[in-house]
Design a protein around this ligand. Structure first.
Ligand code: ZN
Ligand code: ZN
Length: 88
């Protein structure tokens, strides 16, 4: 479907990345705010690409790499298992 990831200016320095860039060439920040749940030997991983403002993955609730790298600060640290999910 020709779906390509949306590009945003660098979270740290504001530089606009090229389409193929994985890291900002000026400051080294990751271009995409991916889920920190990377694929491993026993895990499928999530690797969902979130909007640059997301502190937690929209798909699985794990912290995003922007949060882990200290590039954004969550309003609710450690809040990836919120109690409101239990209400139904
Ligand atoms: Zn940058
Ligand atoms: Zn995820």
């Amino acid at each position: 479907m020709g779906e390509k990831p949306e590009l945003y200016p660098c979270i740290r320095c504001g530089r606009m990345p090229d389409e193929k860039d994985r890291y900002c060439i000026d400051c080294g920040a990751p271009v995409q705010n991916r889920c920190s749940d990377e694929p491993g030997i026993l895990r499928k991983g999530c690797t969902f690409v979130n909007p640059p403002t997301a502190a937690y993955c929209a798909k699985c609730g794990e912290p995003t790499i922007y949060q882990l790298n200290g590039l954004i600060h969550p309003m609710y640290p450690g809040g990836n298992k919120p109690a409101f999910l239990n209400f139904n």
